[in-house]
Design a protein around this ligand. Sequence first.
Ligand SMILES: Cc1cc2nc3c(=O)[nH]c(=O)nc-3n(C[C@H](O)[C@H](O)[C@H](O)COP(=O)(O)O)c2cc1C
Length: 205
Amino acid sequence: MPENLLQITGIKGSPRSESNSSRLLEEVLTGCDRAAEKTDQEIIKNIIKPDEREISACIACFHCDRTGECIFRDDMPELIKTFNRSDIIIVASPIFFNGMPSTLKKMIDRCQPIWASKYRLKRPIIDRHKKRRGLLLGCAGAPEYQDQFTALKTVGEMFFKTINTRLLAKKFIPNTDNLILEQESELLDEFRKLGEKLVEEFARK
Ligand SMILES: Cc1cc2nc3c(=O)[nH]c(=O)nc-3n(C[C@H](O)[C@H](O)[C@H](O)COP(=O)(O)O)c2cc1C
């Protein structure tokens, strides 16, 4: 791989096509493109929509504890490889019942082989020394209330830790059912800047 090639993985947690969280993720990616152009880096983007992937739910058989592999042969082994080779990983999720959609959670639960390979088997299937940077984005429909994003934050942080990715920022937007994002230019600008910051992390000094 050329040194100036960045692999960016965007995970769209919303099953909706007109999704606010996906819209914010796209804005981050626009920022990534801008910064890449300025810093002379190339970008490859991988967009993952867990609801469109074949991902079985973890059945806690603990096969991965013994082998580092999952018994299911679905899309997850490929997705784990994608996480491994990514430089930047962005998760954008809506809030469903104070947490994340089950399709995204299912994908995260299936990262247990990564966890088991590191902490049980001491044979990591993820490169622990690769520099990865992450961003966790959340949208919730209702006006702000206590603990609206607590579960997303807690699960998201554990996901990023498991895939050895340092979280550069977490950004949670409440009240999205009452916002028209296209009219929120300051907000969109903020997300674009986050994307620029992510890519600038990898610019040669
Ligand atoms: C099943 C379901 C559960 C939801 N639960 C919550 C909730 O607990 N708190 C909240 O603030 N909004 C809740 N919402 C509203 C969504 O968070 C909101 O519509 C959000 O913008 C959806 O994100 P998206 O536009 O990226 O799809 C829920 C929506 C759905 C469909």
